[in-house]
Structure formats: structure tokens, C-alpha cells
Write a protein that binds this ligand. Structure first.
Ligand code: CAA
Length: 240
């Protein structure tokens, strides 16, 4: 059955792969994005998937953005909280702004999107929320106190909201990707990234599509008994 799905940060990287996969599953997909208009236009041109711009870290913008999507496409039954940024740096060099922006967008975005969509799912008795966490929220990462805290927070948020949604047919799960071949990972200095890849047992970066396949399962009817869990897709880098 086709449903309405929003994927945040949906026009690039892992989000783009998730949008395309959900579209192939027969859903009406809307990609949210915050910055790159040119890339969003190219994405819509190539896929036919509409892109809508708002900052998921801005509570009011998020409520308004989701309301506009519902007015245009109908009730939102599937939300994939994928939008995220990095502002890496060791703590002694990290500014308060770099700490706050990562928490505001990566973790705050999950709260804001859930506030906008979870009540409707609860009332209708069906919903799927998938939050994209990270291996670095599970294991920590040198130079990422902000990102690791936000991603670790996503895992706690997931387990708490899953308990609230369970009796209403709303599942809430997380996926913890390892290092995936995206612009975000490409921004890691090459010598640092080489050392990281050397520690991945399967010997390579992951592909965005490998995360999208996990989302496809969690958002399907078949995923109905799985809630509050974290699916680790990391090439064996962290066995948790
Ligand atoms: N463990 C221990 N020490 C480390 C270390 C590590 N993992 N990495 C670096 N260091 C040490 C270095 O050896 C160096 O020590 P010395 O001065 O004694 O030689 C010291 O820390 C300084 O290192 P840098 O020169 O690298 O410091 P920098 O300030 O230039 O950069 C950094 C620091 C920005 C954190 C950089 O190391 C970096 O970018 N690291 C990668 C962080 C990372 O993995 N980010 C993931 C982004 S992708 C993502 O987040 C997606 C996802 O979900 C997986």
C-alpha cells in the first residue's frame, strides 16, 4: 500500500538513496532539504520526487513544512529523520556554536519532525519513524563530541518514543550506519579516512543504498513487530 513519506535531508547522499528506494516501494515521497537549491532541483528533475525546503532544527519551520506537505499530499505515515551535519573538531578547539548547531539539527530535528507527525500517526493507528543514528553515536569518535552526543541521543529518543507508539501501531527504530560513501565522509581528511577504512572488517565504505534497504524493511508492513531497535549497518566495524 502506498503511503506518504517524508525523508529529511532527502536530496543528497543517504537521504537520496532512501527517497528513491521508498518511491520504488510505491510510496509518495517528499524530500525535505535545507540548503542546496541547485542539487534539490536536479534531484526532483531526475526522480520526480518533490523537494520542500525547511530547516529541521527550526521548530516552527518544521511544523509549518509538515503541515504544508499534509495539505498537499495527505497524512504523513512514514518519516525518516536523516538530516544531519558534522562540525568536527577536538573539544578544546570546538566552539559552542559548533556544539549547538549539531545538537539543534541532528537531534532537535528528530523531536521537531516527531512533534509534527507522530500525533497524526497515533490517531490513525499506523506509522513508521526511522531515525538515522550513527556508529559514532554507539562507539564515540575522536573529534566528534557534538555529533556523537547527538547521534547517541537519537538512539535514546528512539527507544523512548517507541514505547509511546507501540500500542498505536507506530514503530520507531534507528539505523546506525557506519562509514558510508557520501560527501560527509569524503570530507574526512584522507589519511584519517584511510585508517578508519582499514578497521572495517569488510574492507570498504558502505553504499547509501545499503542503508536505504534497511529503511525499506523497517517502514514496511513486515517490520511491524520491530520497534525501539537499532539496526547497525557498518561492515562489522562496531559489533554492538
Ligand atoms: N585517536 C587518538 N588520537 C587521534 C585520533 C584518534 N582517532 N585521531 C587523531 N588523533 C591525534 C593525532 O594523532 C594528533 O596527535 P599528535 O598531535 O600527538 O600527533 C592529534 O590527535 C591531532 O590530530 P589532528 O592533526 O587530526 O587534529 P586536527 O585538529 O587537525 O583534526 C579532527 C582533528 C578534525 C578530529 C580530525 O582528526 C578528523 O577529521 N577526524 C575524523 C573525524 C571523523 O571520523 N568524522 C566522521 C565524519 S563522517 C560521519 O560522521 C558520518 C558517520 O556517521 C560515520
Amino acid at each position: 500500500m502506498g503511503r506518504v513519506a517524508i525523508v529529511t535531508g532527502g536530496t543528497r547522499g543517504i537521504g537520496e538513496a532512501i527517497c528513491k528506494r521508498l518511491q520504488r516501494q510505491g510510496h509518495t515521497v517528499i524530500a525535505n532539504y535545507a540548503g542546496n537549491d541547485e542539487k534539490a532541483a536536479a534531484f526532483t528533475e531526475a526522480t520526480g520526487i518533490p523537494a520542500r525546503k525547511w530547516d529541521v532544527g527550526d521548530h516552527e519551520a518544521c511544523l509549518a513544512g509538515c503541515a504544508a506537505v499534509e495539505a498537499e499530499f495527505g497524512p504523513v505515515d512514514i518519516v525518516v529523520n536523516n538530516a544531519g551535519i558534522t562540525r568536527d573538531g577536538t573539544l578544546h578547539k570546538m566552539s559552542f556554536e559548533d556544539w549547538n548547531e549539531v545538537l539543534r539539527i541532528n537531534l532537535g530535528g528528530c523531536f521537531n519532525m516527531a512533534k509534527a507527525t507522530f500525533p497524526g500517526m497515533r490517531e490513525r493507528g499506523w506509522g513508521r519513524i526511522v531515525n538515522i543514528g550513527s556508529i559514532n553515536g554507539q562507539a564515540g569518535q575522536y573529534g566528534q563530541v557534538n555529533y556523537a552526543a547527538a547521534k547517541s541521543g537519537i538512539h535514546g529518543f528512539t527507544k523512548a518514543l517507541a514505547q509511546e507508539g507501540a500500542k498505536f501501531g507506530v514503530t520507531v527504530n534507528a539505523i546506525a550506519p557506519g562509514y558510508i560513501d557520501t560527501d560527509m565522509v569524503a570530507a574526512v581528511p584522507a589519511p584519517v579516512l584511510e585508517k578508519i577504512v582499514a578497521k572495517i572488517p569488510v574492507g570498504r565504505l558502505g553504499m547509501a543504498e545499503e542503508i536505504a534497504r534497511g529503511v525499506a524493511f523497517l517502514t514496511s508492513e513486515n517490520g511491524g513487530f520491530m520497534t525501539g531497535s537499532t539496526m547497525s549497518i557498518n561492515g562489522g566495524q562496531h559489533m554492538y
